[in-house]
Design a protein. Structure first.
Length: 83
């Protein structure tokens, strides 16, 4: 969990608390994850196929993007109250 929090904090700091940038970054993570998943499926089974885990992965990335927006709000609030 500590690694997850560090990764989230690093992404928010690099985007300077901009929720649009963090959401786009998470979307790119999902695209690259899908490409990697499809490549592995093609290498092992010879074809790309849909399975029941795809909606679970999508929900996980949507949840992560929502969490990133919340962390951006906390980051911006801490910067404005600290100044």
């Amino acid at each position: 969990m500590e690694l997850f929090n560090k990764m989230t904090a690093a992404l928010v700091r690099s985007a300077d608390g901009n929720p649009v940038h963090t959401t786009l970054t998470v979307m790119l993570f999902f695209v690259m994850f899908s490409v990697l998943e499809a490549t592995i499926e093609k290498l092992i089974f010879g074809e790309r196929f849909e399975h029941w885990l795809d909606p679970i992965f999508i929900c996980g990335f949507i949840g992560f993007a929502s969490y990133m927006v919340w962390v951006c709000a906390v980051y911006k609030e801490s910067r404005t109250s600290g100044s």
